[in-house]
Design a binder for this molecule. Structure first.
Ligand code: 5GP
Length: 212
């Protein structure tokens, strides 16, 4: 019979801890100003990396051309959204450019339990709320290379009204000032490079040994 050494015991214990933690998918918050390309980077990541999904949020803003209901968002009326707030259904929610946006607790938890890493593509107020209630999350901020690039991307997108674009640009300045509360910053100058940066962060988190 082979006696196990203290080292073996330690390794076994470590493996158990690691196994238990890796059964549950990670929660990743991806924030950054509107127009910075969060959605595009995430869509690209999903084609490259298995076992990761983007959370579908609830919003009161109208559906945009090209968006798919229940995939891009769950589209609700203001009254329906407020009923969900009352029912404590949200992990976080915020008002942004005159509309409500929120992440459903159940949606995220169900996916994490399936072992999937869940990415929340949300604005900064929501990221702050998640940071306050969960300490085992990764906070990633996507920045534009510079403000004029962000402005021209937002204006050329042509999916929002002129007043919504102005409101988004005003909020973008405030959001850019909050980047220091995040764990990582990815600069979206080149889509492939930004996607690779995000991929490495998500993969590194999967390899992390969670203690205690
Ligand atoms: P858009 O109208 O361009 O789809 O989204 C406007 C902003 O709301 C974006 O910064 C987007 O990331 C953010 N957003 C989308 N879903 C949520 C959510 O569930 N919670 C919060 N706090 N922000 C969200």
């Amino acid at each position: 019979m082979i006696n196990s050494s203290p080292m073996d015991n330690a390794l076994t214990k470590q493996n158990i801890i690691k196994k238990a933690s890796s059964d549950l998918g990670n929660l990743i918050v991806l924030s950054g100003p509107s127009g910075v390309g969060k959605g595009t980077v995430i869509r690209k990541l999903l084609t490259l990396l298995p076992k990761v999904i983007r959370s579908t949020s609830v919003t009161t803003r109208p559906i945009r051309e090209g968006e798919v209901e229940d995939i891009d968002y769950f589209y609700k009326t203001k009254a329906e959204f407020e009923a969900l707030i009352e029912a404590n259904a949200f992990l976080e929610w915020a008002q942004y450019a005159d509309n409500y946006y929120g992440t459903l607790k159940d949606f995220v938890w169900e996916k994490q339990q399936l072992g999937l890493d869940v990415i929340l593509e949300i604005e900064v107020q929501g990221a702050k709320q998640v940071k306050e209630i969960k300490n085992d999350i990764i906070l990633i901020f996507i920045s534009p290379p510079d403000f004029p690039t962000l402005e021209s991307r937002l204006r050329s997108r042509a999916t929002d009204s002129p007043s919504s674009i102005e409101s988004r640009l005003k909020t973008a300045r405030i959001e850019l000032a909050s980047r220091l509360m995040f764990d990582y910053e990815v600069i979206n100058e080149d889509l492939d490079e930004a996607t690779q940066d995000l991929l490495h962060i998500v993969k590194a988190q999967r390899l992390k040994i969670i203690k205690g």
